[in-house]
Design a protein around this ligand. Structure first.
Ligand code: ZN
Length: 241
């Protein structure tokens, strides 16, 4: 378990000028972002709540670097440049994997390739996504816009960390909205990385949103958001939406 002093340092995302770099706890140098992958339909109960079909391979989509926002800013304030902020954006709380070492094309990933684990929100314009899905169109308009990828600081993956025994919670105004456990994933973390590494090498700074558990729902401006690791760490970040 990490102590409260670790928690203190965890609440400081790194902003370098207008660029956003990922602070990994225990590392001096922040990792700068590269490709951002989103995974859809990785938790059975979330597939049910949206009446989706269970896919045969992971559903993969992309978010741009311009969609990134640090979660857990010291002053708690939300950025003002959020489009659609008052239109009931859905929260999707997710475990984030930050790649720390290159995974060559087609090779087998190991925990040593992971630079850190974080928590984040994959904000989604649900009504727009439903329309796009029904027409068989790409999801970018629903998933990829300024602030749609909210990202905490990252915790390094030591040899004691069991990637199948991670757990987190997401609260809005102190009310529990989502609980996630990595053991509930259809494709566990290393399998997701393997599937992505079939497409191209994964390189340091690549970031994967690993899918959301059930409980997604709308946010409104001013909501107090809390992302929290409950296993194996006890770390928490808060942010006003
Ligand atoms: Zn998602």
């Amino acid at each position: 378990m990490h102590s409260t002093s670790t928690l203190e340092s965890a609440t400081q995302p790194v902003l370098e000028g207008s660029e956003f770099a990922y602070q990994v706890l225990g590392r001096k140098t922040p990792i700068t972002p590269r490709s951002i992958y989103g995974i859809g339909r990785n938790y059975p109960k979330h597939i049910e709540e949206l009446s989706n079909q269970r896919p045969e391979e992971p559903v993969v989509f992309l978010k741009s670097q311009a969609s990134l926002r640090p979660f857990g800013l010291p002053d708690l304030k939300s950025s003002s440049d959020y489009p659609f902020r008052d239109q009931g954006l859905h929260h999707e709380a997710e475990i984030l994997v930050l790649i720390g070492k290159t995974i060559p094309l087609g090779s087998e990933p190991t925990p040593a390739h992971i630079g850190g684990l974080g928590l984040g929100l994959d904000l989604t314009r649900r009504a727009v996504q439903d329309q796009l899905k029904s027409k068989g169109l790409p999801w970018a308009r629903a998933k990829n816009f300024a602030g749609s990828a909210m990202v905490s600081s990252f915790v390094p993956v030591t040899s004691e960390v069991d990637l199948t025994q991670l757990a987190f919670r997401f609260l809005v105004n102190d009310t529990l909205r989502q609980v996630g456990q990595s053991r509930m994933m259809i494709w566990p973390i290393l399998q997701l990385l393997k599937s992505l590494a079939m497409l191209h090498p994964l390189v340091p700074g690549d970031l994967i949103f690993t899918g959301t558990p059930e409980g997604v729902g709308p946010l409104k401006p001013g909501d107090l958001l809390t992302l929290e690791w409950t296993m194996p760490w006890q770390l928490q970040w808060t942010q006003i939406f």
